[in-house]
Design a protein. Structure first.
Length: 367
């Protein structure tokens, strides 16, 4: 293996793989990245045994092809610190990967490429096409509500449902729920769903970034594959049945509070300074065209604000974890936010008046 490549090309590829490379591992080779070189390109692959990413970059000069694996983080740190626009010469010398650029000569140890774990590809998968922006949006609008190391493992990921021309993403930790729906570029021939693990969906979100291209997603019964701009990301899905989220979304008679999003968020921030450290609870008391927000703590300190809103109907006296409300408000883009109350002891439904395909559910605190 002997080739030349620009710093920018290899740094871009290495940075894509680093999110998958395990920092702490018992299998040394999965802290390495797999090199595969042919006449025109360098393919880099990283895996943590649960997911895999492969990306292809263009080489500037080809001498000979081959395969090897080298430490991903050391390689990235070294290449990133080389001068901009530098041409880097890589070649194998026995078990060592030699790197030369300008006056610098560097030497990294390698492990055999044949020992690199091969990710099992699922044969039958439903394929969809979606804009990168639409995929990014549904990920950003929902992933904050995923469970984190919950014993109910099926909550520790993002549920994706593909149905005709729509893709639905749902996340819940059993205390709140976030749902977003977006359109596909073309209808899917079948309905299929799966739960993508937390780490994997976060990597997919970084991968689509600010791209304007379309993304191809292949979703099977045990894995998901995402293809964008010469990069392929594959992940196992979480086994288990996701909760019936439609049953969680409250319905029936409700009273509607319409309020300025920033006004509400700022008020919650100030009042919650005096809430308890453990539960961060805030009390919301509705009145005609006003809402009273209050909090107190075991030191008998308290804060209270009354702010204007649009509200008609029965008085609701309810408490919430302020962090749950703030995370929802920070994902919304509209000037106003709508909160549907179904009683003082029931979950509320938060929606964006400018975007019908977003729904958030928050359970009340018992006080």
């Amino acid at each position: 293996m002997d080739f030349y490549i620009t710093k920018e090309e290899i740094v871009k590829s290495l940075s894509l793989t680093l999110g998958v490379v395990e920092k702490r591992q018992t299998l040394p080779i999965i802290s390495n990245v797999l090199f595969e070189v042919d006449e025109s390109s360098l393919k880099l692959t990283a895996t943590d045994l649960e997911s895999e990413i492969s990306t292809t970059s263009t080489i500037s000069n080809f001498k000979s092809g081959g395969k090897t694996t080298a430490p991903a983080r050391k390689l990235n740190d070294l290449c990133r610190l080389l001068p901009d626009m530098a041409e880097i010469h890589f070649f194998l010398d026995g078990d060592n990967l030699k790197i030369e650029s300008g006056a610098g000569k560097y030497n990294l140890s390698t492990l055999p490429s044949e020992d690199f774990p091969v990710f099992e590809h699922e044969e039958t998968q439903a394929q969809i096409n979606i804009s990168a922006q639409n995929l990014k949006t549904i990920i950003e609008k929902t992933t904050f509500a995923m469970g984190n190391q919950d014993w109910r493992h099926y909550l520790n990921g993002l549920y994706l449902l593909i149905d005709d021309k729509n893709i639905t993403s749902v996340a819940t930790d059993a205390h709140r729920l976030a749902l977003a729906i977006s359109s596909l570029n073309e209808a899917s021939s079948e309905n299929i769903s799966g739960i993508v693990p937390r780490k994997s969906i976060n990597e997919i979100g970084k991968l689509v970034g600010d791209e304007k291209e379309n993304v191809v997603i292949k979703l099977g019964t045990t894995s998901i594959a995402v293809y964008i701009l010469g990069t392929t990301f594959i992940s196992k899905l979480i086994e288990g049945k996701f909760p019936d989220y439609e049953q969680v979304i409250p319905s029936g008679d409700s009273t509607l509070l319409n309020i300025n999003r920033k006004l509400l968020s700022d008020s919650l921030s100030r009042v919650s300074v005096l809430s308890g450290e453990k539960y961060k609870g805030v009390r919301i008391l509705t009145g005609e065209d006003s809402v009273n927000i209050s909090a107190n703590n075991p030191e008998k300190e308290q804060g209270e604000e009354i702010i204007e809103c649009e509200y008609k109907g029965e008085q609701v006296d309810i408490a919430f974890n302020v962090n749950y409300l703030q995370e929802i408000l920070s994902t919304l883009d509209s000037e106003n936010v709508q909160i549907n109350f179904f009683g003082s002891d029931k979950s509320c439904l938060i929606t964006d008046p400018g975007f019908d395909n977003l729904k958030y559910v928050v359970m009340p605190l018992l006080v």
